[in-house]
Design a protein. Structure first.
Length: 237
């Protein structure tokens, strides 16, 4: 996809992957980026904030008030990148709803309220996880929320097809960011994930697996799902 002169909105822009999306879009000569984050103070780490193409918004995607303020402040966008998310690393019987509140309902809320601002032939990119397809029980609530998000984005893709808006999902494995700091395994770089995400857009691959880990897990899921389930269960044994 040619990003030149496009208007992009990125949620979770203060995270490692969000910053990689910002940098990539600026390099590809976008017209404007709305950088949205729950804690905008954390955006001070972006060394490109003095770029006049950047506009910062405080955005908690679980807050309809924040979303409405954002929607009322913009004219249009070409691309929405749903990058905001959390992983509380909670097992299934632990009491915590935050993974679902942010990853599922928050992403649904921002998409529902912002899509009327997306121009014809626009794009929605949602960062999911390959763990949407197989639950890793040491972070079961996160995985379950990502499975629910996958189903929701499938429905949104069908809903928005008539409005000429393409809806993509990205299913990375572990990425070298703060969210996966406790995982001792090979991780993709944020820049790699971003680059391969936009490569996937070129071929209209609505489900994008942007790194070796995600491709490997999907291969196992197709060819030996019982072994994959056994391997994943070892995270709590």
């Amino acid at each position: 996809m040619n990003l030149k002169d496009k208007v992009v909105l990125i949620t979770g822009a203060n995270g490692g992957l969000g910053q990689a999306f910002v940098n990539y879009c600026l390099e590809k000569e976008v017209k404007k980026i709305y950088c949205c984050a729950r804690n905008i103070e954390n955006l001070s780490g972006l060394n490109i904030l003095d770029d006049n193409r950047i506009e910062v918004f405080k955005l908690d995607i679980t807050s309809n008030l924040d979303i409405e303020k954002l929607v009322n402040s913009i004219d249009y966008i070409d691309i929405l990148i749903n990058n905001a998310g959390v992983n509380n690393e909670k097992r299934i019987f632990e009491i915590l709803r935050n993974d679902f509140e942010v990853n599922v309902f928050g992403t649904l809320n921002i998409t529902k309220l912002i899509y009327p601002k997306i121009k014809k032939n626009g794009v929605i990119i949602t960062i999911n996880s390959v763990l949407a397809f197989m639950n890793l029980p040491s972070m079961a609530q996160y995985c379950a929320s990502k499975s629910a998000l996958h189903s929701i984005m499938q429905a949104i893709r069908m809903e928005l097809k008539t409005k000429a808006i393409d809806v993509y999902e990205v299913f990375p494995g572990p990425i070298d960011t703060k969210m996966s700091k406790n995982l001792e395994m090979q991780k993709a770089t944020p820049a790699e994930v971003v680059k391969n995400t936009f490569e996937g857009l070129k071929g209209k691959s609505f489900e994008i697996f942007p790194d070796e880990a995600s491709l490997g897990i999907m291969y196992m899921l197709k060819n030996n799902p019982k072994q994959l389930e056994k391997d994943f269960s070892s995270s709590i044994l």
